[in-house]
Ligand binder design. Structure first.
Ligand SMILES: NC(=O)c1ccc[n+]([C@@H]2O[C@H](COP(=O)([O-])OP(=O)(O)OC[C@H]3O[C@@H](n4cnc5c(N)ncnc54)[C@H](O)[C@@H]3O)[C@@H](O)[C@H]2O)c1
Length: 305
């Protein structure tokens, strides 16, 4: 089967590419390398360095004719989306429309879309949030991801494109970029390993649902060949505070650095946690990597760099 992975040079996308290749699929990667890295690229994949907003994408999809597209390319930094909402919307909404238009015109059967359970529900009312929780995103990034879901619903209903949406929790693991604003595990792990002080925003009691990248890849594998057009949360159902996360990482890195708190980030969500009963029931997926084990693997990766 031919699969196109947009964002295949990035953190999650590159792990997914490796897994598809391991399964014997032909893989095409589309990535503009804005945050993705050449060193993440699997040598067995065909690579096109291209922005998903570009008209060149039409020629690429016309030539490659992927049966399935896994859409992971996105501007994924919540802070950046607040600073420049138009940039976020161009990449995450106009880019998605360009991609899906090309897909529909060239016979792509199915799209799997990487959405965000952390961003689209907004400040949660019930815990953990199931897929039918109200959606009131509190950032332009959350809005653009939710818009992507709405566009895919339209393409599915009107154009017959099969679509599955995966709403990820906070994904962490090897290859995550420690230099951005997103990815607190990577940021803390790298700093602690270098003996540099990390700062926790606010009182550190904000919670997130941390899910290991290998589990996220398996969630993608579980829905890639389903016939269903559906939306699934991908998380663990467990809330972890930033303080707890920091404590784990202090222990794993054997660091004696202190817990230092900075000012609260304006607009940051307080609690986030996803109910994953639906994907378990429909696709038999459940997370397998415990937080401590995933953090240990991640620290081991950063130690090797
Ligand atoms: N990491 C998380 O916790 C998380 C949570 C929810 C959803 N997601 C979604 O998962 C996907 C992958 O995220 P990630 O954490 O691997 O981030 P990432 O930044 O490592 O990956 C995104 C990739 O897309 C590429 N890209 C960005 N804009 C592009 C464009 N306009 N054209 C072509 N390529 C472009 C980047 O170069 C990068 O390789 C994103 O869609 C993100 O919104 C991530």
């Amino acid at each position: 089967m031919k699969v196109m992975v947009t964002g295949g040079a990035g953190f999650i996308g590159s792990h997914l590419v490796d897994r598809f290749i391991e399964e014997g699929h032909d893989v095409v990667v589309v990535d503009d390398l804005s945050t993705g890295k050449k060193k993440n690229l699997n040598k067995e994949a065909i690579f096109y360095k291209v922005d998903i907003q570009s008209s060149r994408l039409h020629r690429i999809i016309q030539k490659e004719r992927p049966e399935i597209i896994s859409h992971h390319a996105a501007q994924m930094d919540v802070r950046k989306s607040v600073d420049d909402p138009a940039f976020d919307a161009k990449s995450n909404i106009l880019g998605l429309i360009n991609l899906v238009e090309c897909a529909v015109k060239n016979g792509t059967r199915r799209i799997v879309f990487a959405s965000s359970g952390g961003a689209i529900y907004g400040e949660q009312v019930t815990f953990p949030a199931s897929e039918d929780h109200s959606t009131h995103p509190l950032s332009p990034y959350g809005i653009s991801k939710l818009s992507g879901e709405h566009y895919l619903y339209y393409y599915q209903k009107i154009c017959g494109l099969e679509c599955a949406t995966l709403r990820y929790g906070n994904v962490y693991g090897p290859r995550q970029d420690p230099h951005g604003e997103a990815g607190v595990v990577a940021i803390f792990a790298e700093k602690l390993l270098k003996g540099e002080q990390a700062t926790i925003n606010g009182n550190g009691m904000q919670t997130r649902d941390y899910v290991y990248v290998k589990d996220v890849v398996e969630a993608n594998m579980a829905v890639i060949n389903m016939k269903a057009n559906d939306t699934f949360n991908v998380g663990t159902g467990i809330e972890t505070t930033v303080n707890q996360l920091y404590k784990h990482l202090l222990e794993i890195t054997a660091s004696d650095l202190k817990e230092i708190h900075g000012p609260e980030k304006m607009g940051e969500q307080k609690r986030s946690c996803l109910n994953t009963k639906k994907i378990y029931k429909d696709a038999e997926w459940e997370p397998t990597v415990l937080l401590r084990e995933g953090l240990e693997n991640t620290v081991a990766y950063f130690k090797e760099l």
